[in-house]
Design a protein around this ligand. Structure first.
Ligand code: 13P
Length: 255
């Protein structure tokens, strides 16, 4: 059975000290491992190196919330994949809806970043998701399939290509303070469609958006869901540990 990927992105929260304290607690609680579950944490770039040092050699991967597609050069304010890898990143988040909305991320930059991430041996976490208007109009499946095709078409199959890619389906209407938790049946069609095209080819397809300890078990039961990508509910380390426990129980029930 493939592992369930359970990750959190801290977005623009936490000082270095707060992120390191979080990582130390995780390290203490999770060594030697979480059978069947693959945890990952994406701290702010300022804390990436320290958090990676704390978690190095344990079961939790660290990653960056963004990286540029070029390896180096005159790109003021950006970090490249080799630079985040040098700071310990094993995962690179690409194309979160907040970056698409506020920072000009497009299907094309997502495509370039996914390639750069694979080229350097890291795991691309490609985010996709529709807004409330598309959802209301019944266009979710088409919209999400189009985004993922734009990002991944042409990549080679196998462990150096698609087989290393994570896809996170995060409906915009479900994300963050202004989002609402989905009912599982509201996101099941998209997961079924993604699984039909990509399920056997990518490492996993995750669900994200208002995941909580109350709905995580139900969301993990949706066919095609291979993990969860969590914001607020995992920013407190106790919350993240509870979510990992829920995933562990799900793995136990499946094996
Ligand atoms: P929330 O879990 O806070 O809704 O955020 C989800 C998300 O955007 C993860 O990247």
């Amino acid at each position: 059975m493939r592992p369930l990927w359970i990750g959190t992105g801290f977005k623009m929260t936490k000082t270095r000290a707060q992120a390191v304290a979080y990582a130390r607690r995780l390290r203490a609680d999770l060594d030697p491992g979480v059978a069947g579950v693959r945890p990952f944490v994406l701290p702010p770039a300022t804390a990436l190196a320290e958090v990676s040092e704390v978690l190095d050699g344990g079961p939790v991967l660290t990653g960056a919330q963004n990286a540029h597609w070029e390896d180096e050069g005159a790109w003021t304010g950006e970090l490249s994949v080799p630079q985040v890898a040098d700071a310990g990143a094993r995962v690179v988040e690409i194309g979160h809806s907040e970056r698409r909305e506020h920072f000009g991320e497009t299907d094309e930059t997502v495509r370039l970043k996914a390639r750069a991430t694979l080229r350097h041996g890291l795991v691309p976490l490609v985010c996709c998701g529709e807004d409330a208007a598309v959802f209301a109009a019944g266009g979710s499946v088409d919209h999400v399939l189009r985004q993922v095709h734009a990002a991944l078409d042409g990549l080679p199959e196998g462990p150096d290509g698609l087989g290393r890619v994570l896809v996170a389906y995060e409906p915009i209407w479900a994300i963050g303070e202004r989002g609402r938790p989905p009912r599982p049946e509201e996101v099941a069609d998209v997961h079924a469609a993604l699984a039909a095209v990509w399920g056997d080819r990518v490492a996993a397809i995750l669900y994200g958006g208002s995941v909580t300890t109350d709905n995580a078990a139900d969301l993990l039961h949706i066919p095609g869901v291979g993990g969860l990508f969590v914001g607020r509910a995992a920013w407190d380390v106790e919350g993240y540990l509870r979510l990992l426990d829920i995933a562990r129980q799900r793995v136990g029930a499946m094996t």
